[in-house]
Design a protein around this ligand. Sequence first.
Ligand SMILES: NC(=O)C1=CN([C@@H]2O[C@H](COP(=O)(O)OP(=O)(O)OC[C@H]3O[C@@H](n4cnc5c(N)ncnc54)[C@H](OP(=O)(O)O)[C@@H]3O)[C@@H](O)[C@H]2O)C=CC1
Ligand SMILES: [Fe+3]
Length: 407
Amino acid sequence: MSGEMDKPLISRRLVDSDGSLAETPSEGPKVGILGSGDFARSLVTRLVGSGFSVVVGSRNPKRTAGLFPSAAQVTFQAEAVDSPDVIFVAMFREHYSSLCGLSDQLAGKILVDVSNPTEQEHLRHRESNAEYLASLFPTCTVVKAFNVISAWTLQSGPRDGNRQVPICSDHPDAKRAVSEMVQAMGFMPVDMGALVSAREVEAMPLRLLPGWKVPALLALGLFIFFYVYNFVRDVLQPYVRDGKSKFYKLPVSVVNTTLPCVAYVLLSLVYLPGVLAAALQLRRGTKYRRFPDWLDHWLQHRKQIGLLSFFCAALHALYSFCLPLSRVNRYEVVNLAIKQVRPARAAYQPPSAASGPAGALRRPPPDVLKTGEPGGAMPGLVDAAQGWGQETDARQLRVFEALQEEC
Ligand SMILES: NC(=O)C1=CN([C@@H]2O[C@H](COP(=O)(O)OP(=O)(O)OC[C@H]3O[C@@H](n4cnc5c(N)ncnc54)[C@H](OP(=O)(O)O)[C@@H]3O)[C@@H](O)[C@H]2O)C=CC1
Ligand SMILES: [Fe+3]
């Protein structure tokens, strides 16, 4: 295996001194390609680089020849399908029927269907593109392959990402021949069985983030559930019972209380199916029987559920780190306010008849009212302190003290 990996994808003989692809050696296995679009161009580059001799069939070879490496031969469709045994059909399904005139020349050859349907096409057609191609050319052997590989990956080479190429066909020999080509091009063939599997293979690129849908919906459902619960407990209940408005907690504090709840439940859902599976095996007395479908799916989703749990926990850590910073700031402001108001309250004397209307409002000590000095009064609090001695003063202090408690 390691020896195979060491082999360069582009053999030395194929590269000119200026770095461009040179004439292919005539002994390279010959492969035909019908179509001259993006996929065909990338395929040619990879095939030539892997030591194959390539002939491209185009409706207008003069126009398209310049787009291909000089090592590839570009000609008319009829001429291109003449000699190769394996022919890639790099065209869209709606154009397959335009090849019917070549039926006789294509008889007995292997046709590789690389096409991908759109989501609507996939739903509209009951048979896969590969089965449709097989029905148009009953004398040919159709193999489904390469549809999951993008033109970009083909061109840049299978350096990273997924190297797997699912392959299916009703003919084992044809499947083996294409699998060998896949390997020679640096990819890894995956046998998907008979051509009826082509529908499943064609649906693969349509799936966005496979395996994440259920865990993501689960995490979202749990988040909504716990958020509503924490909202009722921390915000709605104090409001209804005591008239306290704590709606400012909604965007940060309630979210931060919700995140660890979701993380813990998700983490328990990672371990639980393993325990259930072990219990089931003990009960059955064997580990060689299939788990029920629901448990099987659950076991398969553990990785995604675990990652989502970690994500929630990490977000909680971030929130928890940032929250105290704003709290400390708030605490310092309220503390300062209380320090300024308390002396004023101590200096307050209730109005008496002797002091007359002017004595009803005795000014607080002067140091309370100085602004702009370090530790001096904040401008907004001067008014509060000046108004000291009236009925509202006691209420103001209570408000400050309540704020201090909350910090
Ligand atoms: N692009 C990609 O990344 C991938 C593409 N695929 C599949 O490869 C196939 C080709 O895709 P792509 O190369 O991107 O598409 P393009 O539109 O770029 O190319 C399609 C080619 O089909 C040929 N063709 C033959 N007959 C007709 C006709 N009657 N009308 C129009 N064109 C015709 C044309 O070549 P000419 O004019 O020389 O005859 C044309 O260049 C598709 O089935 C696609 O699903 C699969 C995986 C990835
Ligand atoms: Fe915590």
